[in-house]
Design a protein around this ligand. Structure first.
Ligand code: PLP
Length: 394
C-alpha cells in the first residue's frame, strides 16, 4: 500500500463531509445548480468587506520593494503589533508583539500549537459535538482526543471536563461561537473552567479556537476565554470573519499569563516553520495590518438564520437558534441522522449528518448559501419531514 495506514484509516473517518461534497457535485450535474440546496460547506459566500478589498488593492499597487521575501518566521512585527494591540484592548491582558505568531489560517495555528505542546500519548479534551478536523490535528502529533459531551443545550459541562482530566491531559480545545452548534460559552462557565484549571495538579492549556468571534447575533457579545483563563492560547483567522478562507491568513497568540509563555511561543514559531509553513502570506499580513477594524455583514447571516430557523421550527423541526457562527444544528426528526440526510438529498437538500461532528441525531446546515436559496429550500424541508414519517405541526 503506497498510502500510510493511518492516513488510509483517517480518510475513512473523514468521509461524511467529503461524501456529501461529492454528492453535491453529482446532484448539481443531474438536476442543475438552481435545484440543489447545498448547506454543507462553511465557506463564506460574501465577498470581503470593501475596506479589506481596498487595502488589498493598495498593497498590490504600492508593491513596496522587498515585500515578497522571507521575514521572521513569526511574521512582520508591524502586523503582529496591530494584532497584539487589539487583543490587549479586547481582553484586558497585555498581549505584545512577542505573543503573536502569524499563521496559515486557523488550521495552521492549531497545528503549530499542538505540535509545540504534545508528546505522543498526551490527551486533549474536546467538548462534543466538535469540528471534525480536530481529531486529525491532534492525531498529527500522536495526541489522543478525549471527547466530553456538552449539556442538552450544548453549553460546556465543566464538571464532566474536570472528571476527564488525567495526568496526560495537556490541553482543552474550546470553540466559541461553536461550529456546529452556534453556542457562545458564557463568562460564568469560563470562570468555572478557570477554577478547575487552577485546581489541576499540572498545567493544562486552553486552546481557544476563535474564527467566529466576530459573527454573533441579536447584539450578543462573545466572552473571550483569554480574558478569564490564564493558560490560554488563541488560534484564529480572517477566513470566516472576512470571507478570506482561500487566502490562508490567521494567527496564534500565547497569553502572557501562560506559565512559560515565552518557551511555548518559541516552540510554536519553530513548529510552524518545520511543519513547512515558514511564514504566513506576506501580502495578507500587509492587508490585515492596514485594515484591522473591518467587520463582516452579520445582518445578512442573521436574516438567513431567522428565515431558516423560523421556517424549520414552523414545520416542527426541533432546534436552537445559533447565538453566533453561521451554522444551524437541528435535531433530525428521526434518530438516524444519516438516513434523514439521505431523505433530504432526494429532495435536493444537502446537509451534513451530526454523526460527522460526534453527535448523531442532528444535522448541520450552513448559512453561507444565498438568502434566496434558503427561501426556496423550505418546501423541501417540509416534504422531507412528512416523508420521514414524523410530520410536524399541521
Ligand atoms: C471551528 C473551526 N476551527 C478552525 C477552522 C479552520 O479555519 P481556517 O480555514 O482559517 O484554517 C474552521 C474552518 O471551518 C472551523 O470551523
Amino acid at each position: 500500500m503506497i498510502v500510510a495506514d493511518i492516513i488510509q484509516q483517517q480518510l475513512g473517518q473523514s468521509s461524511f463531509i467529503r461524501r456529501m461534497f461529492e454528492e453535491g457535485i453529482r446532484l448539481k450535474a443531474e438536476r442543475g445548480e438552481a435545484n440543489v440546496f447545498d448547506f454543507t460547506l462553511g465557506n463564506p459566500g460574501e465577498d470581503p468587506p470593501a475596506g479589506v478589498t481596498a487595502s488589498f488593492q493598495e498593497v498590490a499597487r504600492r508593491n513596496a520593494p522587498g515585500s515578497h521575501g522571507y521575514m521572521p518566521n513569526a511574521g512582520y512585527p508591524r502586523t503582529r503589533a496591530v494584532v497584539a494591540e487589539r487583543l490587549a484592548h479586547a481582553t484586558g491582558v497585555p498581549f505584545g508583539v512577542g505573543n503573536v505568531l502569524m499563521t496559515i489560517g486557523c488550521a495552521g495555528a492549531m497545528n503549530s500549537v499542538l505540535k509545540a505542546m504534545l508528546n505522543p500519548g498526551d490527551e486533549v479534551i474536546v467538548p462534543a459535538p466538535f469540528f471534525p478536523d480536530y481529531r486529525f490535528y491532534i492525531g498529527n502529533f500522536g495526541g489522543k482526543m478525549a471527547l466530553v459531551e456538552t449539556r442538552g443545550d450544548f453549553s460546556l459541562d465543566v464538571a464532566a471536563i474536570e472528571a476527564a482530566i488525567t495526568p496526560r491531559t495537556r490541553a482543552i480545545l474550546l470553540n466559541s461561537p461553536n461550529n456546529p452548534t452556534g453556542v457562545i460559552y458564557s463568562e460564568a462557565t469560563l470562570r468555572e473552567l478557570e477554577a478547575v484549571l487552577q485546581r489541576a495538579d499540572h498545567p493544562i492549556v486552553v486552546v481557544s479556537d476563535e474564527p467566529y468571534t466576530a459573527i454573533v447575533y441579536d447584539g450578543a457579545t462573545c466572552p473571550l476565554p483569554a480574558s478569564i483563563i490564564s493558560n490560554c492560547v488563541i488560534t484564529t483567522s480572517w477566513s470566516k470573519k472576512w470571507g478570506l478562507a482561500g487566502e490562508r491568513i490567521g494567527y496564534l497568540a500565547v497569553s502572557p499569563k501562560v506559565a512559560d509563555a515565552d518557551a511555548l511561543f518559541a516552540a510554536a514559531v519553530f513548529s510552524s516553520r518545520v511543519l513547512g509553513f515558514i511564514n504566513a502570506p506576506a501580502v495578507w499580513q500587509h492587508v490585515v495590518a492596514a485594515a484591522p477594524d473591518e467587520s463582516p455583514d452579520v445582518e445578512a447571516y442573521q436574516e438567513k438564520r431567522d428565515l431558516l430557523c423560523d421556517g424549520l421550527a414552523g414545520f416542527g423541526y426541533e432546534l436552537r437558534k445559533p447565538q453566533g457562527a453561521f451554522y444551524v444544528f437541528p435535531k433530525t426528526p428521526i434518530p438516524d441522522d444519516v438516513a434523514f440526510t439521505r431523505l433530504l438529498q432526494e429532495e435536493g437538500v444537502l446537509a451534513v449528518p451530526g454523526s460527522g461532528f460526534g453527535r448523531a441525531g442532528y444535522m448541520r446546515l450552513s448559512l453561507t448559501v444565498p438568502l434566496d436559496t434558503v427561501a426556496r429550500s423550505l418546501p423541501a424541508f417540509a416534504r422531507t419531514l412528512e416523508k420521514s414519517g414524523r410530520p410536524g405541526q399541521p
